[in-house]
Write a protein that binds this ligand. Sequence first.
Ligand code: F3S
Length: 437
Amino acid sequence: MWKMPNLTDEEKRILQGEEGVVRQKCMQYLVELCQISGAERLVDLDGTCDMHTPGLTLSQHIAITFDELSDYANAGGKFALPTFANKSPFGEEAPVHGWEHCNVCSYRIPELRHDDPEFHKKAMHEEEMALLKKMGMITTHSCANYLTMSYLPSVGAHCAWFESSQMPYCNATLGARTNIDGTLATAILGKAPYYGMHITENRLGTILVKTDRLIHTDMEWDVLGFAVGEACDVEVPVVTGTARPTTTQYQKFNSACQTGGAVSMYHLPGFTPEAPTIEHATGGRPFKREVLIDNDVLRRTYDSLNYHKTDKVDMVYLGCPHLNIVDLMLLARKLEGKKVKIPLWIMTAPWLYNHAKELGYLEIFQKAGAVLMSGACLAAIGAVPDGVDCIAVDTAKQAQYITGCYAGEDDFLQVCYGTQDDCIDAALTGVWHGEWR
Ligand code: F3S
């Protein structure tokens, strides 16, 4: 028997429809989420929201119609908290920039292609997006909004975010609080079920993770993140034996630990905001267990992310999660004056695409024969260009998502996983030389 959460008088009024059908449907959805998650009440959000757009379908049986949303927006309805758009509109998740070069078929409707202007127009959901913008949606369109938006939640702020790399970034890196519930409902009502990472006790470390080599390169952080995810699942690891991560390394670790497992919160004693020491990280409680992620485990994890029978690479994809502006700058330096032999696609956020254009990086990429795109994700698009049997990537998350997503005529897509330099080398030579180092 589902238990009804404790609602305030205001929340009850919304549920009864006294504030209109849109808010009523949103509240119905949040009540269902409470029942599923076991949350006994809702929490008022005071941070930010990240949501997939348009997102009118809240659950299998609760959807807000276009007309209802239109009436709501035209009557002055707004989002209750700063709300940022996740990747390009849900469904096709087509590139916002660079779509002309996206020579792949739609995953859902194979006879349609992403480089078709008509298809692109439809995929952008302009009418729905206009309403969401009117309500306050900030159209960042990124899976890494934390490095795109210029407004981050403060420590302890209750948020409603979405997307695997973003969850640990919000909870562990920033010290704000979120579960994976960034939706139209949480954005409109400014409320979310009070469970999981909103509750202080659930954020305390439960598993001690040790390493036997100092983790300091980008790939070590990425592989460690995946291994931590596999070892810890939904627990809260306290990871020791690492150097201080860079911003890019946080990005990689966060996306990987939510891909290898479902780690939404972790502590790096001395580095993350809620863990000046191991004692702070655990609240003084004993660990449930200890895990050693040594060089052998890292090596095995690296090997598991490589699924290729050939070293002949057909395409290289960089930008999972979306590349931040510093990574774009460094990549432009590496590609300046070079020429790629096989397609190299680089993905970033639309706002950063515009900065890359202003800063001259786009021109460098174009001269090198690479394609800069924004707002999308190859794994979310769900297909690769014809003739691509083997792809090279530099993040564990993309390697995991893309392998098995696509079946060629005779086989699964093969994936070479390694460092960004390995991927650039593959783009310039067409051959994979990467190895665990
Ligand atoms: Fe973003 Fe797609 Fe990677 S959503 S984190 S680029 S798998």
